[in-house]
Design a binder for this molecule. Structure first.
Ligand SMILES: [Zn+2]
Length: 233
């Protein structure tokens, strides 16, 4: 498991669009930036890149590059998702907070979560977005700007497939087998199928398989115990 954190701030200005979490929010001010200044998605991207030790958004999408002028940050988030997949990382979950005195974020939160999950190819249940004010204090409280922070957890597909598991074998001896030898692991059987989901299923199935084998072993032991007890009688 790897953890990442991200933080971003943008200044509010007149005549700008307010786009947060990929949602265009009706408001008399908007965030100023080189891209669409989506403060929430920028914090999330930094958290994801941080967890993967891939630097930050400034490194990958520099604000000196004209091709990123006015670009939708959803597109950039999709690119970050592809970079993580390329490095064989699986997103476990994302938790993010928007800090803004105004406007109210609640009506837009679920759409933001949908946008983030879709861009990254993960389930909505893996994404949490919260909003808070700073009680009128500081630059968010005075309405000068909006900030956001985010944390995420990643797991590495390589770590999941490389792990060895202790499995009780049919002759009653415990032996160490690699994940390759596990009959329940769909990921190692078909690495090209289903990608993210099958990796997860694989992880769950390894656990299930170990449990099943352990149960079988328990049953066998209790049978043996009964037999020896009967013999003693
Ligand atoms: Zn930003």
């Amino acid at each position: 498991m790897r953890i990442g954190t991200g933080y971003d701030v943008h200044r509010l200005g007149d005549g700008e669009k307010l786009v947060i979490g990929g949602v265009l929010i009706p408001y008399d001010k908007g965030l100023i930036g080189h891209s669409d200044a989506d403060v929430l998605l920028h914090a999330i991207m930094d958290a994801l890149l941080g967890a993967a030790a891939l630097g930050d958004i400034g490194k990958h999408f520099p604000d000196t590059d004209e091709k990123y002028r006015g670009i939708s940050s959803v597109k950039l988030l999709e690119t970050v998702g592809e970079m993580l997949a390329g490095s064989r990382f699986i997103i476990e979950n994302i938790d993010a907070t928007i800090i803004a005195q105004q406007p109210k974020m609640r009506p837009y939160i679920d759409t933001m979560r949908d946008n983030i999950a879709k861009a990254l190819g993960i389930e909505v249940s893996q994404v949490n977005v919260k909003a808070t004010t700073e009680e009128g204090l500081g630059f968010t409280g005075s309405g000068e700007g909006i900030s956001s922070n985010a944390v995420c957890l990643l797991s590495s597909a390589d770590e999941l497939t490389d792990q060895s598991v202790t499995v009780a074998t049919s002759d009653g001896d415990d032996s160490i087998r690699s994940c390759e030898g596990c009959s329940g692991c769909t990921y190692t059987k078909a690495p090209s199928e289903g990608k993210k989901d099958s990796k997860k299923d694989g992880k769950k199935n390894v656990k299930k398989d170990v449990k099943k084998e352990a149960k079988k072993d328990e049953k066998k032991d209790s049978k043996k115990d009964r037999k020896t007890k009967n013999k003693k009688k």
